[in-house]
Design a protein around this ligand. Structure first.
Ligand code: HEM
Ligand code: HEM
Length: 179
């Protein structure tokens, strides 16, 4: 087992894996929920999509804040291009999972829906009801979601390459374990 100096701290690991789980659930909800049209109400699976999505946003913000405070171990040694690619994908995932829920939220506001954090706490509207720009963000939301799915694929391929082929500590230091 790697020394505690080079593993991710327990809160970072807990947040990483909670968000992974919620993102998986969120994509399934997105695919199962009914198509959203003019006059659609935010109930059932759509309400779940919004509740889980806003939870992801809150956890991502907490995670970014905590990364600023608690830091992260330096990347393990490896070819420079791989380190650059890994960092680029990390930045994309951090930024993407903040921007993506905000785009969905803007779209929901343009439909006149009140967005609830985790389905419980009412949040302010990000756009006026009927706002054309925010309505258009619905399509951008979908495109960004699929770009991020691609980024996740690359990220997981990298993690598995380290864990299975290189057999270094990369996967282990993010793996959930006792503090
Ligand atoms: C990480 C979080 C999220 C992910 C991964 C995600 C993913 C997706 C995906 C893949 C779709 C397209 C579904 C399809 O192909 O039919 C979608 C649609 C939608 N999402 Fe999200 N979403 C997230 C967060 C949110 C949040 C926080 C809200 C609202 C507050 C939201 C509101 C919507 C709405 C309204 C649509 C329908 C858009 C339209 O058809 O114009 N999403 N989401
Ligand atoms: C929703 C899916 C995922 C997201 C959004 C995500 C996001 C991230 C981010 C932003 C980091 C950088 C942490 C930092 O340095 O601050 C990271 C690290 C890491 N992730 Fe993920 N991740 C996801 C899924 C996965 C999966 C499924 C695996 C395993 C197969 C994985 C394995 C790792 C590992 C091993 C690290 C540490 C990399 C290193 O030490 O250089 N991730 N993840």
């Amino acid at each position: 087992m790697p020394s505690s100096a080079v593993v991710y701290n327990p809160l970072s690991r807990a947040l990483h894996w909670s968000i992974v789980l919620l993102v998986a659930v969120e994509f399934v909800l997105a695919w199962l929920m009914p198509d959203v049209h003019r006059g659609t109400q935010p109930v059932g699976l759509i309400a779940w999509h919004i509740g889980v999505g806003t939870t992801i946003l809150a956890l991502m913000l907490l995670r970014l804040l905590w990364r600023g405070v608690g830091g992260a171990p330096a990347l393990l040694p490896g070819p420079t291009w791989q380190q650059h690619l890994a960092k680029l994908v990390h930045v994309l995932l951090y930024a993407g999972f903040v921007v993506l829920p905000l785009l969905g939220w803007a779209n929901a506001s343009s439909r006149g829906w009140t967005v609830h954090l985790a389905g419980v706490v009412g949040l302010p509207a990000l756009a006026a009801s009927g706002a054309v720009w925010a309505h258009k963000m619905g399509n951008v939301h979908q495109v960004v979601a699929y770009v991020l799915l691609g980024a996740i694929g690359l990220h997981v391929a990298g993690a598995l390459f380290h864990g299975v082929v290189l057999r270094d500590d990369t996967l282990r230091r993010m793996w959930p374990r006792k503090a």
